[in-house]
Design a protein around this ligand. Structure first.
Ligand SMILES: Nc1ncnc2c1ncn2[C@@H]1O[C@H](COP(=O)(O)OP(=O)(O)OP(=O)(O)O)[C@@H](O)[C@H]1O
Ligand SMILES: [Mg+2]
Length: 184
């Protein structure tokens, strides 16, 4: 359902250019679990950002469900990001002064479901990652591992077709990591 064809990503900073991806081709089927491994700086986050529609490629093509993203307008990217992809960032990206529940509900605000349904789904997702009893805390009152579980609940709450997770268990102890990978 996802196909990368010779994807090149070049970052330009003044006179310096960094070729972060040098022609990556790969395919992902539906119902597939794929891990991407490599040393720091090899381009893993760059690749996930491109697949998630958070950044643009320099050359090549990303084909989503048979459709070239070269034809995508802003609205197509918005729909893809809102409905098809759930993203778990390396650095959580939670809103510190809002409750855990509000952070997860926020991911549903553009989805057109009612407030009551948003609340129900958010509590459900938080329960799945073992935080059902912590929903009224704020992220800055939680451990790193708990914050990452909130971020995972936020990615799951839309029931997306694709979950992109950038080192999702990096902050978790090995026992919790196993639980999270089972959920994913
Ligand atoms: N916004 C940016 N501007 C310029 N260069 C960047 C930018 N983002 C990443 N890079 C460079 O692109 C290369 C790939 O970075 P990327 O973050 O994708 O690596 P990574 O594999 O995720 O590393 P890590 O395991 O440390 O997270 C690195 O050389 C990095 O310095
Ligand atoms: Mg990275």
């Amino acid at each position: 359902m996802l196909r990368l064809e010779n994807i090149v990503k070049t970052y330009v900073m003044g006179d310096a250019t960094v070729e972060a991806l040098k022609g990556v081709s790969m395919r992902f089927r539906k119902s597939e679990f794929v891990s991407i491994l490599g040393p720091s700086g090899c381009g893993k986050t760059t690749l996930l950002n491109l697949i998630g529609g958070l950044d643009s490629y320099t050359e090549g093509d990303l084909v989503i469900s048979g459709r070239s993203t070269k034809e995508f307008r802003d609205g197509d990217w918005d729909a893809y990001r809102n409905h098809s992809v759930g993203f778990v960032f390396q650095s959580y990206n939670l809103i510190p002064h809002q409750s855990v529940l509000a952070n997860v509900e926020l991911a549903l605000t553009l989805s057109g479901v009612s407030k009551a349904e948003r609340r129900k789904r958010a509590i459900d997702a938080l329960t799945r990652v073992g935080l059902g009893d912590q929903i009224h805390k704020r992220p800055n009152q939680m451990s790193g591992g708990q914050m990452q579980r909130v971020a995972i609940a936020r990615a799951l709450v839309n029931d997306p077709e694709i979950i992109l997770a950038d080192e999702p268990t990096g902050a978790l102890d090995s026992e919790t990591s196993v639980q999270i990978m089972e959920i994913l």
